[in-house]
Design a protein around this ligand. Structure first.
Ligand code: NOJ
Length: 456
């Protein structure tokens, strides 16, 4: 079987500002909640912080050369709000803008198209101090002003915008879940309703952000949201289990409260019924703002949830995984490659936009990388994971679903949030002592996939 991709398929890699840039107090940048959180003893594994991370702020040119060597034509990165508007609102820091101008110009010089995520979890600390950031509706309006500042300055050279990355992670997990290790800002609120309110403010920010991008962009542009929807996978592909997985999709994870209102203009009924009195307050006009026309949707898919048909009121049940189900080096990273196919298919079939272009904006894995005596990293486990997931992506395309591109997470090992540097997701090894980059075996493997436009 040859897994050939369409000619215009976009191959890429993804990163995010706080995870790679470092230079946290240079050229006018002020702290984000992740600086404060990681500087607080006991929060991040081994006390790691993003202070230096991959020093990409200074090494971006050689990092772009590495991307060119890999053969990618698309790069997804994020812009740090605290570099652009260090106090969260008000004065724009032109030096911060200048860094992204230089980065984008360098990408373009190498024939790589930039895809900029406008928010990847690093809220300005000043707004957390001022009004509790996502707990307050004002955050959505300040986000839109920040977006205007960015797009009016960079919109001449960036046409692919992603508003917000993985809303559940900085709302639900940042304000609602006491997990180990914890998640910034780590301010637990008292009620579930307040948690869902932070989430509502984030989708409102998405909508206002879309409007701001269209108003500020000097040229026609493409806008997407990046969601990590909970992917329901039928345990076997019998008609009954497929139907069950489809039915379960709105109540899985936060799907009914994020991707549903964004793409259909309404929270899913099933989700609202489950939330009951914990549903957020929705002001008149909010859903119209949230439901903006989009040019694409980005899905970050790493794993899934098995579902089967059941003789209960809902008609389905979620199936817990056995204790020793295979997984890679994160507690949640169970290997369920079909999740890519089913994520794309559910989205296309359930959300009223069968032809909306879909991008896998993240897929990848952390493994226990070892450097051998020849200074190589032969990460065949990562290759196994990626190969299976790309085959699943190919299946979606071969059945006619509108998958247009794939961004591997991540170009290089980086600051994996509360896990610090203890978890490596890169296809390039980062030596944090010397900042040396060593391409792993998966780098060569991915380069060959891109060269052949196929899964190899
Ligand atoms: C999703 C997030 O967007 C990214 O920041 C993170 O590093 C990866 N998942 C891996 O956990």
């Amino acid at each position: 079987m040859v897994y050939l991709f369409p000619k215009d398929f976009s191959w890429g890699v993804a990163t995010a500002s706080y995870q790679i840039e470092g230079a946290v107090d240079e050229d006018g940048r002020k702290p984000s909640v992740w600086d404060t959180f990681s500087e607080t003893p006991g929060k991040v594994v081994n006390g790691d912080t993003g202070k230096i991370a991959c020093n990409h702020y200074h090494l971006y040119e050689s990092d772009v050369q590495l991307m060119a060597k890999l053969g990618i034509k698309h790069y997804r990165f994020s812009i740090s709000w605290s570099r652009i508007i260090p106090d969260g609102r008000g004065q724009v820091n032109e030096a911060g803008i200048n860094f992204y101008q230089r980065l984008v110009d360098c990408l373009l010089k190498h024939g790589i198209t930039p895809h900029a995520t406008l928010f990847h979890w690093d809220s300005p600390q000043a707004l957390e101090d001022l009004y509790g950031s996502w707990r307050d509706r004002q955050m959505a309006y300040d986000y839109a002003d920040y977006v205007t500042a960015v797009v009016s300055r960079l919109g001449d050279r960036i046409i692919n915008w992603m508003t917000i990355n993985e809303i559940p992670c900085f709302t639900y997990m940042g304000y609602g879940v006491a997990q180990e290790p914890p998640h910034a800002p780590g301010t637990l609120v008292k009620t579930k309703k307040e948690v869902y309110q932070t989430c509502h403010h984030a989708i409102l920010a998405h909508g206002l952000g879309c409007q701001a991008i269209r108003a500020a962009s000097s040229i026609p542009c493409q806008i997407a949201l990046v969601d990590n929807c909970g992917v329901t996978v039928p345990i076997s592909e019998s008609p009954a289990n497929i139907e069950a997985a489809k039915k379960a999709f709105p109540t899985s994870w936060l799907n009914g409260a994020i991707i549903f209102p964004v793409l259909t203009g309404a929270y899913s009924d099933a989700m609202l019924a489950e939330l009951g009195e914990n549903a957020p307050d929705i002001q008149a006009g909010d859903l119209e703002i949230i439901h903006q026309p989009l040019d694409a949707i980005g899905l970050n898919i790493y794993t899934g949830i098995y579902v089967r048909a059941a003789d209960n009121q809902r008609g389905y049940e979620f199936l817990p995984l056995p204790e020793h189900y295979p997984r890679l080096n994160m507690p949640w990273l169970h290997i369920i490659p079909e999740s890519i196919y089913w994520g794309i298919r559910h989205l296309s079939e359930t959300l009223a936009h069968p032809n909306l272009p879909v991008y896998i904006t993240e897929n990848g894995c952390a493994v226990h990388d070892q450097i051998n005596e020849n200074s190589e990293i032969i990460d065949s486990d990562r290759i196994m994971y990626l190969r299976q997931h790309l085959k699943s992506a190919h299946r979606a395309i071969s059945e006619g679903y509108p998958l247009k591109g794939y961004f591997l997470w991540s170009l290089m090992d980086n600051f994996e949030w509360a896990w610090g540097f203890s978890r490596r997701f890169g296809i390039v090894y980062t030596d944090y002592n010397t900042q040396q980059r060593i391409p792993k075996a998966s780098f060569d493997w991915y380069a060959e996939c891109i060269r052949q436009n196929s899964v190899v």
